[in-house]
Design a protein around this ligand. Structure first.
Ligand code: COA
Ligand code: AMP
Length: 636
């Protein structure tokens, strides 16, 4: 039997077909696959080309059929409302089948797209699974995005229907979704798109106000829909993520590879299965939520917690420990920024003493690098292994992790440990040559990628190839840089492009620059991510005014902040603008964002030899890091 990490990893690379066909046995197929990899369209690959299945059936019905219908599938815990609700596998299957019936009767079929713009309520999970049940393709859009961003996704995905709710709850305000949806539909040029809205108490607008369908009324008369067979290679969802330009990339996930990979990860990475409770404190709008609030735990027959709340302020920094205690959580997964927020409010973790968290086996983190301070604080406070793991929207599951279910490898602070099966990882220099251990370079993954990773970008194979597969021959470029130590542990140091990570949210500085550049007073601008002790990074904008423009700096700054909030959303957390005389550039006109960031963060900086005017850089020193308080957080 293959059981250690090393043997498993090596087998996955030496015999990928046998390895993944073996893993595919964890999934129930209508037609079991005989072939693992389809390389006929390389460098675009497909997994299990001759297999057919239904992802929703695998996530729900099969557990009921196996006699576990009375086990909890989903626990909804709203710290915002102070309510909890449990759904057994039998109950969730029924609710999903009913909503799938509604969608089917409204004309949604195999391959059709539905956009889901919802807060963290059970109906978001139900809508996703109902889409999967019909073989439709969902695209969930995070609630913190503004109507323009929602519109961009609607334009690209061309849905036949949109599912939403009255709104979301933030600690200090209610976010009304329905006006935002109406605005997005108008912007996308589809004002008549059918919309189903789940009513929540306390919001101003109702579905009827917009002439839309009410979720509860629709479901009341529903005829349940059975699962529809799809090809393993058919798309399950599109999830838009920030690229380096303003246009988001529609990452496409298939059905078969996704189900096989996630089922494998639950047992082998997270060490969880039927009877275990997994709580991923993220949002269904992000990949972490797709994989480990919804699909992963349910595919593996575990119980998943859906938490509507924050780590602090709802009501205090003991919120996470309260949820762990209340639901006997075994595996907790969150972003380092959430731990930093808790630590800031409760440095001694004194609130932990109020809760029995003995059920907790492991804490996993992702979304950004787990800094060593937070790692030590969490390890000491919780007394359980704290496991950083590194992945991306594109990969759908961890590229590097410490696979607790397979083998408890030593944990090294600052490292997400080692590559997972199927990820043939290399660290290369700018020319694609592998570098020595200890030397930082571009982290690339040799093709093909394992099952569950992106198959393409929606409707845009060319952009998929040009964004990821062209920089390094035969490889997928992760866009992250890092190094490997002599034990083979990987250390991920940061992005090589203009993507930043703010409070675990992936954002494009290019998109913010596009918005700022539209202001009539702005000649040119740069947005960079400055190091931030709470949120990891925070965006900071630098603008050069058009000559002859007469505007006060603080007035302009307020206008630019409002524009980014309006066009991208509150989640961009763009709050700081500095007016400068000039931006440093190379002779070919490229703004030296990396040098600016290094100067601002007070780290050693390099001035490229192609710099146009070194004097501009000298002038900027001292003005790059504005005198502003570190980013605020919720009042504990
Ligand atoms: N809908 C609408 N607005 C939202 C939103 C949502 N779903 N989520 C966040 N926002 C808003 C916030 O209200 C805030 O608005 P404000 O500028 O008016 O205050 C803004 O977006 C920035 O939010 P955020 O970055 O979350 O900051 P915060 O101060 O509210 O909270 C943390 C800080 C660290 C507590 C919080 O960011 C957090 O819990 N992060 C974890 C993120 C995570 O799990 N990421 C998933 C990757 S694994
Ligand atoms: P997203 O697609 O939103 O999941 O963001 C992916 C990016 O977040 C990666 O490319 C990394 O830059 C960063 N990231 C995510 N997890 C980690 C981690 N554990 N360590 C370092 N960086 C991470």
């Amino acid at each position: 039997m293959v059981d250690s990490y090393r043997e498993t990893y090596e087998t996955s690379l030496a015999h990928p077909a046998a390895f993944w066909l073996g893993a595919a046995a964890g999934v129930d197929w209508s037609t079991p696959p005989r072939h693992a990899l389809d390389a006929s369209r390389a460098p675009l690959y497909g997994w299990f080309p001759d297999g057919t299945l239904n992802t929703c059936y695998n996530a729900l019905d099969r557990h009921v059929e196996a006699g576990r219908g009375s086990q909890d599938a989903l626990i909804y815990d709203s710290a915002m409302l102070g309510t909890q609700r449990r759904f057994t596998y039998a109950e969730l299957t029924r609710l999903v089948a009913d909503f799938a019936g509604v969608l089917r009767d409204r004309g949604v079929g195999k391959g059709d797209r539905i956009v889901i713009y919802m807060p963290m309520i059970p109906e978001a999970v139900i809508a996703m699974l109902a889409s999967a049940r019909l073989g439709a393709v969902h695209s969930v859009v995070f609630g913190g995005f503004a109507p323009k961003e929602l519109a961009a996704r609607i334009r690209d995905a061309q849905p036949v229907l949109l599912v939403t709710a009255s709104g979301g709850l933030e600690p200090t305000r209610r976010i009304e979704y329905l006006p935002a949806v109406a605005e997005a539909l108008a912007l996308a040029g589809v004002p008549g798109l059918p919309v189903i809205a789940k009513a929540r108490e306390g919001f101003a607008a109702s579905a009827a106000d917009h002439g839309w369908l009410d979720w509860d009324t629709e479901v009341a008369g529903a005829t349940p829909a059975p699962p529809v067979d799809v090809a393993a290679t058919d798309p399950l969802y599109i999830l838009y993520t920030s690229g380096t330009t303003g246009t988001p990339k529609g990452v496409v996930r298939d059905n078969g590879g996704h189900a096989v990979a996630l089922d494998w990860t639950l047992r082998n990475i997270y060490g969880a299965g039927p009877g275990d409770v997994m709580w991923t404190a993220s949002d269904v709008g992000w990949v972490v939520g797709h994989s480990y609030i919804v699909y992963g735990p349910l595919l593996a027959g575990a119980t998943s917690v859906l938490y509507e709340g924050k780590p602090v302020g709802t009501p205090d920094a003991g919120a996470f420990w309260r949820v762990v205690r209340d639901h006997r959580v075994n595996v907790l997964f969150t972003a380092p920024t959430a731990l930093r927020a808790i630590r800031k409010a409760d440095p001694e973790a004194a609130l932990l003493r109020d809760y029995d968290i003995s059920s907790l086996r492991t804490l996993f983190t992702a979304g950004e690098r787990l800094d060593t301070d937070t790692f030590h604080w969490a390890s000491m406070s919780l007394g359980v292994p704290v496991v950083d793991h590194w992945w991306q929207t594109e990969t759908g599951w961890a590229i590097c992790a410490n696979p607790r279910g397979l083998e408890e490898l030593p944990i090294k602070a600052g490292s997400p440990s080692v590559p997972m099966p199927g990820f043939r990882l290399a660290i290369v220099d700018g020319l694609g040559e592998e570098v020595e251990p200890g030397v930082e370079g571009n982290i690339v993954l040799k093709l093909p990628l394992p099952p569950g990773t992106l198959t393409t970008l929606w409707g845009n194979d060319e952009r998929f190839v040009s964004s990821y597969l062209q920089a390094f021959e035969g490889c997928y470029a992760t866009g992250d840089s890092g190094y490997r130590d002599s034990d083979g542990y990987v250390f991920v140091m940061g992005r090589t492009d203009d993507i930043i990570n703010v409070a675990g949210h992936r954002l494009s500085t290019g998109a913010m620059e596009q918005v700022i550049g539209q202001h009539p007073a702005v000649a040119e601008c740069a947005v960079i991510g400055l190091a931030d002790p709470l949120k990891g990074q925070r965006p900071s904008g630098y603008v050069v005014l058009k000559s002859g423009v007469d505007v006060q700096d603080d007035v302009l700054a307020a206008e630019l902040v409002a524009m980014v909030r309006r066009d991208i959303g509150a989640v961009a957390d763009f709050k700081h603008v500095t007016v400068v005389d000039a931006l440093p550039k190379t002779r070919s006109g490229k703004i030296l964002r990396k040098t600016m960031r290094q100067i601002a963060d007070g780290v050693e900086y390099t001035v490229p030899s192609t710099t146009e005017d070194v004097g501009v850089i000298e002038q900027l020193i001292g003005t790059l890091r504005p005198e502003i308080p570190e980013s605020g957080t919720l009042q504990p």
